[in-house]
Design a protein around this ligand. Structure first.
Ligand SMILES: Cc1cc2nc3c(=O)[nH]c(=O)nc-3n(C[C@H](O)[C@H](O)[C@H](O)COP(=O)(O)OP(=O)(O)OC[C@H]3O[C@@H](n4cnc5c(N)ncnc54)[C@H](O)[C@@H]3O)c2cc1C
Length: 191
């Protein structure tokens, strides 16, 4: 994944044909590779969320720096406009909410294990990915045409982090997990 000229910075597709792996190189039992890969997904997802919060912070920082620097008239900068203030307030609040939700999930994983935190992990996976997309979109908007160029890192993030709503399970799958957990207690008992 990525673009020609940008060095294909992201993932590659690899095909193994008649590939032989020495028995001493097995990480776990033969045939258990998929199970191992699945086990890493819970903790892996929370790491993505932490990384996305870091990107959000940097994007908001760029947004605010631009808002106070960009003169829109002889007396006003972008930051004086109420719409821009709303965006900054929304981003700040959504990032803080995302961080607290991730902290809560980390607490549950640490104390009860990733299986018990399945619902929380799904919640942060789609929620923080959504916050990331919103913050990057607003940061690019505040930068105008500059935001579309590769002079800043914003457009690179916008392209590459769009995958946040797809990899490690698309939004829809995680929302189904959360909804099923919520609805469980509402179904009439079968016994
Ligand atoms: C940057 C990146 C990195 C990745 N890294 C890895 C990796 O390290 N390891 C790995 O194994 N895979 C990886 N993937 C693959 C990723 O997990 C899959 O792309 C993802 O699970 C979606 O599967 P798919 O692409 O086959 O889309 P499809 O399964 O065809 O889904 C397409 C769309 O249909 C909808 N959809 C799918 N299932 C449901 C459902 N049950 N209910 C409702 N809607 C649904 C969603 O909107 C989804 O985006 C990566 C993908 C990307 C983009």
């Amino acid at each position: 994944m990525g673009e020609a000229g940008a060095g294909y910075a992201s993932h590659a597709e690899i095909r193994y044909t008649n590939c032989k792996v020495p028995a001493s190189h097995l990480i776990h039992l033969e045939g258990q590779g998929f199970m191992l890969a699945q086990q890493r997904l819970g903790p892996g997802r929370i790491h993505h969320c932490m990384r996305w919060i870091g990107i959000c912070e940097r994007a908001l920082d760029l947004m605010c720096s631009r808002a106070v620097a960009r003169q829109v008239s002889s007396t006003e900068v972008l930051a004086d406009k109420q719409t821009i203030q709303y965006w900054i307030a929304e981003c700040r609040t959504e990032i803080d909410a995302a961080r607290l939700l991730v902290l809560h999930t980390a607490y549950k994983i640490e104390n009860e294990g990733s299986k018990a935190a399945k619902q929380e992990i799904s919640s942060i996976k789609f929620y923080v990915a959504h916050v990331l997309q919103q913050v990057l979109d607003k940061a690019i908007q505040v930068h105008g045409a500059l935001g579309m160029t590769d002079n800043l890192i914003l457009s690179w993030w916008y392209r590459h982090e769009r995958g946040a709503r797809i990899y490690d399970g698309p939004d829809e799958v995680h929302k189904t997990v959360v909804a099923k957990a919520v609805l469980k207690q509402y179904y009439p008992s079968k016994s």
